[in-house]
Design a binder for this molecule. Structure first.
Ligand SMILES: [Ca+2]
Ligand SMILES: [Ca+2]
Length: 241
């Protein structure tokens, strides 16, 4: 009887181990798009800090999606018109997936923006600004609520700033690669003022000129384990506006 019990226990232990193994694998790629950057995925990349103190940005390139996490200090958050993001609070991100350094947009060049306010659905307000020759026919407003290619959430810490978390599907980005050197830049808008990452290399006009954007090397994040979450940041305080 005791032998049977021990074997049974042993089998249960094996079963439990396998269950845990598979559950970790099944959830290993999950990033919860909730505006809180405590997902282990962000621990797998080096954050892009800025000497100009515009914010901290994480890019997590995976096979079929790109995850983005941004922390911004902004004492006077203004989200009056999310379509005119450059007049208020928000972030803008530019990609040149082919890194051809052309002076005008080609098909694999894109400009996205994210604003810390809700759109017309459950998600935060995001968009892709159209420039001639890029991969869209017209500017896409409220992108995260318009379809499945973009997810976006944010958390506001009133008087201090906000975090933005987003996922953009590979399908939305012509030329997307999770491994390679791309052209990249981003900026933070605060009430009509634009704060630019790597500003010394990006004088005025950079927003429509991919040849100015710095090179960024991306390395695919293959897997994230669910066990090692980051410590919670100030962005967890869901105070609202
Ligand atoms: Ca999250
Ligand atoms: Ca290009």
């Amino acid at each position: 009887m005791s032998i049977y019990f021990r074997i049974s226990l042993f089998q249960s232990a094996i079963f439990l181990s396998l269950s845990l193994l598979f559950s970790v694998q099944a959830t290993g790629f999950n990033v919860n798009i909730d505006g809180v950057l405590n997902d282990v995925a962000y621990q797998k990349v080096s954050p892009l800090n800025s000497t100009d103190k515009i914010g901290v940005l994480y890019l997590v390139p995976m096979k079929d999606d790109l995850y983005i996490g941004v922390e911004v200090e902004d004492a006077n958050i203004n989200v009056a018109n999310p379509q005119k993001f450059w007049q208020g609070s928000g972030i803008e991100i530019w990609f040149d997936w082919g890194n051809e350094d052309n002076v005008t947009f080609d098909k694999n060049d894109q400009q996205f923006w994210f604003v810390p306010v809700k759109g017309k659905g459950k998600e935060g307000y995001a968009g892709q600004w159209h420039r001639a020759q890029d991969n869209i026919k017209a500017t896409i407003y409220d992108y995260a609520n318009e379809g499945d290619l973009v997810d976006m959430a944010f958390v506001v810490n009133k008087g201090k700033g906000y975090t933005i978390e987003a996922k953009i599907a590979k399908k939305a980005m012509a030329g997307y690669t999770s491994n390679g050197t791309i052209g990249f830049t981003y900026s933070v808008d605060k009430g009509g003022a634009k704060f630019q990452w790597d500003k010394k290399n990006c004088p005025n006009g950079f927003w429509e000129n991919p040849s100015m954007w710095p090179d960024l090397e991306l390395s695919e994040v293959l897997s994230v384990e669910a066990s090692k979450k980051l410590s919670i940041r100030w962005g967890d305080l869901k105070l609202g506006l």
